[in-house]
Write a protein that binds this ligand. Sequence first.
Ligand code: ATP
Ligand code: MG
Length: 243
Amino acid sequence: MMISITSGKGGVGKTSLVVNLCLALAPEYRILLVDADLGLANVDIMLSLAPRVTLRHILLEGLPMSKAVVYSGYGFDVLPAASGVAELVQPDSDMKEILELGLKSLAEKYDLVFFDTGAGIGHVVLWFNCLAEHIVVVFTPEPTSLTDAYALIKVLYRDYGRQNFLLLANQATEKEGEQYFSHLERVLQHYLGLSPHYLGAIPRDQKLEKSIRQQKPLLVSDPESKAAQALNQIARRLKRLLF
Ligand SMILES: Nc1ncnc2c1ncn2[C@@H]1O[C@H](COP(=O)(O)OP(=O)(O)OP(=O)(O)O)[C@@H](O)[C@H]1O
Ligand SMILES: [Mg+2]
């Protein structure tokens, strides 16, 4: 099953959250985390990996996709992207075909394949979201993040017919998360007739910032922290919604 983690606005916490969600689900499932921010890779940095082969070699040099898969060190696999490779930012139709075929074939070996997408409503972001069966939209309480989340969902629904949206609040208290989710839910219901699911909220936590600086997932560096507990709870909810 392919699941994308996406957002309208950048820097809302997608990569930090998905790395930890993979870790939380790894004891029970076979997981692959795909760095779907093709030209500006982040997942390898957050996990302190130094991949020799990346999606760049697969898409530009024709290597088989399985050659780029590496072990994260934390119970799940990673398909790393390349950093600073402009050709990958706008993949042509040949590259997209290689990507789609390769990902579908790789996905057979895993229970869950997560796409850590870039932000916005650019072509590649929309493309990965259309490949995924479920779309997790991350938002924060900032007004711009909320309007951008709505804009992304609107494009995915109106232009691509996508309807399964899971919303995840980051850098928000439980109360804020619920409040902003209800607001988004009302607007999505009213204007688009959509009923999104809510996955919960992750609080702002300095321990998470520290874990990113140390290039170590929070669930390893500070498993008792507030954000880690919230992430574990969200992993449980995700499991219930997906299986
Ligand atoms: N819950 C949180 N508590 C504290 N800081 C956070 C939290 N979530 C995210 N951050 C901060 O936000 C920064 C951006 O996070 P991250 O890189 O995961 O976002 P992103 O959505 O993947 O960004 P991009 O759109 O560029 O891919 C992190 O470096 C971290 O400092
Ligand atoms: Mg990211």
